[in-house]
Design a protein around this ligand. Sequence first.
Ligand SMILES: [Zn+2]
Length: 288
Amino acid sequence: MGETTKRIRASGGIAERLDVDGVELYALCDGYLDMELSRFPDVVRGIGDDLAIADGQDLNDMTVSVNAFLLRHGARLCLIDAGDGIWRGETLGFLPRALAKLGIAPDEITDLFMTHLHRDHAGGLFRDNRLVYPNANMHVAADEIAFWSTPELIDDVQRVQVPIAQAALEAYRERIFVIHPGEEILPGIAVRALPGHTPGQVGFQLGKERPLLIAADALHLPALQIKHPEWGFLFDVNQAQSLATRTTLLAEAAQSGLRLAGAHFPFPGVIGVTQGPEGLGFRNAAMP
Ligand SMILES: [Zn+2]
């Protein structure tokens, strides 16, 4: 097992402060998922193996972290995604423990900012048929609500995701705030469209001098997809749109220095995209 894989597997329940221009933002780890390579059907073995090994991973034994983020903004405690919870077994469901490390109880969370409603982002809203964050309002994009509410748009690959997405929308029905790309969800926190992985996926951008975009699932595997953004993920709803979003975002990040925080990057999940003579690369960028 490689070094990065070991680190990912050890990080469930961890919380770490991120440095974003005085914004109080933390990365939280819900745990990890073992990821079959068959979910990335376009990866070219050999080239892919070398890229994985250089990052301390092994394509035959792939693991991804499941990250969420916490933003403290005045009196508000905003959880950005809720992790997988316990749907997929004992390697996940440690988000409440990560919050406890910050001295925060789940019922103190005032807001849930959802990047999208896949199970590994919304599953952690529930445990034992109860809401884990009972006092929160939920903020979710109009296009995301529309997608999960329109069964004829949902194909066989996505069908497994429907119960949790619909349960989340139903549970928070009275407390949903519909968000739109381009708006500021809080002063200094901008909503950005990242369509493709799901039609209504959004990111949240924070900070001015050294900005950071919580980029959800625009890409999953920095070690592979920065060099090869065309190696798409089977669970992207629209592969072509996802590739366009990923390519544009990586170019912007390399050019402007915008840091990217990923829901599945090795914890704490923040990278800077670099431009060198051999094309794009990346570095750990939890601290700028
Ligand atoms: Zn995800």
